[in-house]
Design a binder for this molecule. Structure first.
Ligand SMILES: C[S@@+](CC[C@H](N)C(=O)[O-])C[C@H]1O[C@@H](n2cnc3c(N)ncnc32)[C@H](O)[C@@H]1O
Length: 226
């Protein structure tokens, strides 16, 4: 029987705090950064926003600068410290923070928006679907989820193979160093529809500015069944 959470929490993200953004930029050009910022720039003043796995938090700082009220949740103490510090110095509001595993947070208030930047990719496909359900349950009925992550893998076998290799090389490092799950590129659109969410906006980003669109940002809302 599948129980949730099924995998142990990640480790060693603390040790990556000084180089994480550089690694992301070297690997994607600015695609990862642009996708995160696309999500951050959709947030408005006064919104209650939960950011799950903010990492070093440039996007979280942008959201506080726009006047949103943030709750940051990260399992890495150092990542959390850096993102809270950035929100304090660059933003207009002081974020609330939870240092811990998002998957065991069961008593959170429903949010206007939940932002999950490159968070689903930490988990196996089965567990990422459970995380998506939890994101779904974390927003109120009119709320939305903003996700930046890897795009849906292409249908063409050759392009898919290239994307899996490009995704797989850093993943192998994260599997060994932080305990992320080993998995293929997630189909986040399919996960969204399985959990009662629809894509209401989307932007794709080219790797190294001229390459394939392997990174994307999504806005998801609850499917209205009435
Ligand atoms: C792949 S990094 C993404 C960082 C950043 N958001 C970005 O856009 O690149 C994953 C982040 O999620 C955090 N994390 C991993 N598992 C977590 C969990 N179960 N609960 C909360 N945070 C977690 C890590 O500490 C790290 O900061």
């Amino acid at each position: 029987m599948f129980t949730y959470p099924s995998s142990p929490p990640t480790r060693n993200y603390d040790s990556l705090v000084g180089i994480y953004d550089l690694l992301a930029t070297c690997w994607s050009g600015v695609a990862i950064e642009m996708a995160r910022m696309w999500c951050a720039e959709r947030v408005s003043a006064g919104e209650r926003v939960m950011v799950v796995g903010p990492g070093t938090g440039a996007d979280a700082a942008c959201m506080t600068h726009r006047g949103a009220h943030l709750l940051l949740i990260d399992h890495s103490r150092k990542m959390l410290e850096v993102s809270v510090g950035r929100c304090r110095s660059e933003g207009k509001t002081v974020p609330q923070q939870i240092h811990g595993d998002f998957r065991i947070q069961t008593a959170l208030e429903p949010q206007d928006s939940v932002v999950a930047p490159f968070f689903l990719n930490v988990f196996s496909a089965t567990e990422a679907l459970q995380v998506m359900k939890q994101l779904h349950d974390s927003i109120h009925p009119g709320g939305r989820i903003l996700i930046s992550d890897f795009s849906v893998p292409p249908r063409n076998l050759f392009s898919r193979l290239l994307m899996e290799i490009w995704h797989g090389i850093p993943m192998a490092f994260f599997v060994l160093w932080t305990g992320n799950a080993f998995h293929g590129v997630h189909d986040i659109h399919s996960m969204a529809s399985k959990t009662g969410l629809e894509v209401t906006d989307r932007k794709r980003f080219r790797i190294l500015k001229w390459g394939p669109c392997w990174i994307e940002a999504l806005e998801l809302r609850k499917i209205n069944t009435t």
